[in-house]
Structure formats: structure tokens, C-alpha cells
Design a protein around this ligand. Structure first.
Ligand code: MLT
Length: 209
């Protein structure tokens, strides 16, 4: 691995076969430890790969730079999405795991969406919790029917529902199998996310058989 793509990360190997590896991507100010419990609850036995975002905003880790809340530095989004995809590809080769399903929250969901559009094939699916459109002019990608869940919050003060609906359209146009749900919650993760994402993962697992 080169220094350019060196991420701090946690890895938990799979226990048993059949559960897809999860790529856990935290929100702004989080780190590689944040979503491990969620990953274990979502898919017991799955291998868990959880990197820490390499950008610091006032000391808070993120996966790409932003100019203001909800206004992204899109050159940086592109660069960091490719860097993260390189890390995932290299690391999964070394650890012997398959293409993971991303579970991303907020900034982590946004980089997962960017990664799917810029490097289709790195992920085998994605649960995007409180995601926004990461690129105003995304490349044409072929997502070949991979399952994507978008869970937005009805009272989310950061992500307008029109924005997450637009992301759903972009991913649908790119050929993803999109499930779009609005939960009666705000930007924070809630129990409803756990229940919804667990059910969606189960279904995605069945359909992949
Ligand atoms: C982002 O910057 O990716 C989104 O605005 C969400 C956030 O991290 O607060």
C-alpha cells in the first residue's frame, strides 16, 4: 500500500460464511470505531472494514473537503473517492474478502455514493444513511443492478428531501436497484435505521443467492 492511500482502519474478519463484508464509513467527526457496533448488529458474522476519513475539518475526520455545510469541494470529492476505492480494492485483495456492501452515515454515505459513481465495481451494494448528491455533474456509471438503500430523515435539517430524492434518481439512472425510504427522524441515526437496514441487507442477501 502506498502512503497516498494509507488509511487508519479497523478490520474484523468474518465469522462463518454467507454474510457479505461491510465497509463502514463514519460521519463528520467520527472515526474507525464509530460504526463497528452498528455493523455487528446489522449483519452478525460479516467481515467489517472500517477506515477513518483522511481529511480533517477543525480536527474532525471526514472523507472529503467541503466549502460550507452541504457545499462540497468536488475536485476533492473525486480525488478522495478514488483514493478510498483504491484502499478498498487493495485491502480486500490482501485480506481475502469480497466486494463489500458500504454502510455509510452522512459524510460517509456521501463518499460511498461518489465511489459508486466514479468506481463502479468496488462496492457490491450500499446503505446510504442521510446521504446527499456528492457531485453536481456525475459521470455516467453502470451499476449493473447492485442494491442501494437510501434512508433519509423527514426532519433532517442538513439534507433536504429533494436532494436525497435526486440522489436516488441519479443512482437509478446508473442502473442501481434503489430502495428509497424517508424515516420520521432527523439527521442523527435512529433505531429505525437499524431495523430498515437490517431488513434491506437480508433481502439483498436473498436476492444475491
Ligand atoms: C457532508 O459534509 O458530507 C454533509 O454535509 C454531511 C455532514 O458531514 O455533515
Amino acid at each position: 500500500m502506498t502512503n497516498e492511500t494509507a488509511f487508519v482502519y479497523r478490520f474484523e474478519p468474518a465469522e462463518g460464511a454467507g454474510a457479505p463484508p461491510l465497509l463502514l464509513l463514519h460521519g463528520t467527526g467520527g472515526d474507525e470505531n464509530d460504526l463497528l457496533d452498528l455493523g455487528r448488529m446489522l449483519s452478525p458474522g460479516s467481515a467489517l472494514l472500517s477506515p477513518r476519513g483522511r481529511v480533517l475539518e477543525n480536527g474532525m475526520p471526514r472523507f472529503f473537503r467541503r466549502l460550507a455545510e452541504g457545499v462540497f469541494d468536488e475536485d476533492d470529492v473525486r480525488r478522495r473517492a478514488i483514493e478510498l476505492a483504491d484502499f478498498v480494492d487493495e485491502t480486500r485483495g490482501r485480506l481475502g474478502i469480497g466486494a463489500p456492501v458500504a454502510v455509510g452515515y452522512s459524510n460517509g454515505a456521501n463518499i460511498a455514493a461518489a465511489m459508486m459513481l466514479l468506481r463502479p465495481g468496488t462496492l457490491s451494494g450500499a446503505a446510504l444513511l442521510r446521504a446527499m448528491v456528492p457531485l453536481s455533474d456525475p459521470p455516467r456509471a453502470d451499476l449493473g443492478g447492485i442494491p442501494v438503500l437510501i434512508a433519509s430523515g423527514q426532519m433532517d435539517p442538513i439534507v433536504p428531501s429533494s436532494n436525497s430524492a435526486k440522489l436516488a434518481d441519479i443512482l437509478l439512472d446508473a442502473g442501481a436497484d434503489v430502495t428509497y425510504r424517508t424515516l420520521p427522524v432527523g439527521h442523527q441515526l435512529a433505531r429505525a435505521d437499524l431495523v430498515l437496514t437490517r431488513e434491506w441487507l437480508e433481502l439483498a442477501k436473498e436476492q444475491a443467492k
